[in-house]
Design a protein around this ligand. Sequence first.
Ligand code: ATP
Ligand code: MG
Length: 708
Amino acid sequence: LVVATALSAGLVLPRAASPSAGLVRPAHAATHRAAVVAEAAAVVASEVVTPSEFPAGNLRSLAEYDEMYARSVADPSAFWADIADSFHWERRFDEVVDANFDSTKGKVFSSWFSGGTTNLCYNALDRHVAAGKGDQVAFYHESNEEGEELPAWTYAQALAEVQRLANALRGAGVKKGDRVTLFMPMVPQLALAMLACARIGAVHTVVFGGFSAEALASRIEDAASRVVITADGVMRGKKLVGLYEIADKAAGLVRGLEVETQIVLQRLPPDVSGVSLKPGRDVWWGDATAAADPECKVEWVGAEDPLFILYTSGSTGKPKGVLHSTGGYMVYAATTTKYVFDLQPGDVYFCTADCGWITGHSYVTYGPLLNGASQLVFEGVPSYPDAGRLWRMVDKYTIAQLYTAPTAIRALMREGTGPLQGTSRSSLKLLGSVGEPINPEAWRWYYEEVGGSRCPIVDTWWQTETGGVMIVPLPIQGASMKPGCAMRPFFGVQPAVINEQGEEKEGACEGLLAIKAAWPSTIRDVFGDYERYQQTYFPIPGFYLTGEPPRRGGDGCRRDEDGHYWITGRVDDVINVSGHRIGTAEVESAVVLHPNVAEAAVVGYPHPVKGEGIYIYVTLNEGVHESDELRKALVMQCRSEIGAFAAPDVVHWAPSLPKTRSGKIMRRILRKIAASGKEVTADELGDTSTLADPPVVDQLIASHGIWL
Ligand code: ATP
Ligand code: MG
């Protein structure tokens, strides 16, 4: 990211070779490296951006952040107890935190607010209604069809619906601790279904509505859910997603248990839906809630009782059933929302994430509602009917905070600034990004074109496992940002940069990102697989690791001279070419600068001389043809933007790239194809259940790269 930042400023800068880099290291590497490091530091220091108009907010100054952060790590119990006391506890907690991150000293665990009993739904809805905020809008609902007006949900209406649905679940035999699988479109009712589960102490497991029947069945099986909440279907752009059909097929595929009840939300007009329910098992949401008692008593649950299971994106391997518990998650999701998005009364907030991902859990359902916010939920896609949809929604609802993913920003950026014209976006106060490192070109576009250089970009680094934002440039009036830098830890978060032996590094350095102490929403378990939990996240005594050791899936990180954190991407996305460590993101950033390139993905492959070679997959813009000239131009571009050592060895024209359904490029599949050419088999590709468009992989295997 450092180099990539320099690129955006029009500077040419090769990346430093890491001291740990092995294999064929040229003799001049050490001197070269020293020069590069000095140059990099100079560039970083000068690349600082301060938004012109951010108002004073929940954090008044950097000094206030420093003071609060210092308190949060010096005395976490006092710090978090103060915050937790602003929530409703039916019984107050006895102890704030107890945790062990060292498996040599016994079981790894993390426990927050033990002895306390509370309820997420009560805190998210009842509390606000009781305080007289029942008429405030909780959700605006924007249809897939622009111009179709759908009713908004006030806090009182949301609470009424949740109580009826919760009673319907109880009627279906759901008890505290039982798992309920939600397979729904991104509509307000999805959040309400999550809250209905929480209200009765059931554990929800949301499966993104884009998954196949097989993927859904394996998650129902893993979580052992006997009750599923789904919908007839939903329109996403011009495409009809037949959720019921998929859920019905999945129910037939589930082994070892039976899906006994399916509650089906009607979202499509009856003539489009064409769904006929299976008698005895299925019931329409509308019928179930109409028949249910309007009042549903809250089930008070222990702070450490489970709240939900959510499967990770599967970017690096088989998805893990991440388990989060109640009290700590509630406090952390709410507190991060308050400070990261600087919520103020009257703001309308918009997060484009689906509740099928952690971002939708923490920053659609729980965080905003716990803060009593009004937000927009959009069931469609940003490109329909055209690439101006998102910006028109910003104006229509006067959105103050927009939170989206680099993949969406890049897709919209490709359409140019035309779609922005005719929209003012003047209500925007802050822009957020999550999911992947945001490349500098996209950062700039988001900052300058979308936000008019007025709004801070909160580039939030976190994971399904962390439950909430961990490292972030918090929005503070007058505070500057470094494009592409995640900047500072959130309160209570103690990041560490470690080497592969697990030794902590000091000062300015680069290595694996780890966390030294428990924070309230630390992952509590991998559902049903404590062994995997301990081995994946706690293989090194004293640290939470961000991915599977030794080099699979964890995040790399650099701490600069100012103590700010740069997420350099996954450590397995670093290519070691003749001793030069090159981040795939940097090469990708260089390749996509070419006007004919739509998207690029870069991986390493075994190279007889260099150790690893650079293999680039390139998707060209519509109407552009592959050619030798273009191939040479891309190689030249990498040489001139980064350095001769970053010149690609193989160019593979790709009609499109394999992505997870959350929009992340699946580099592990690209690595397999690059390493084994045409002979790669389905088995070798590993778990592909989270792939958005499986035929893309066959296309890539059938075509091949051109060695240079
Ligand atoms: P799996 O763990 O199954 O391979 P995944 O890691 O993609 O899937 P998520 O929990 O959805 O599953 O994503 C978290 C990861 O996303 C982080 O570990 C990091 O690699 C990446 N990420 C998220 N936000 C950022 C960010 N702001 N900057 C850089 N990387 C980010
Ligand atoms: Mg992960």
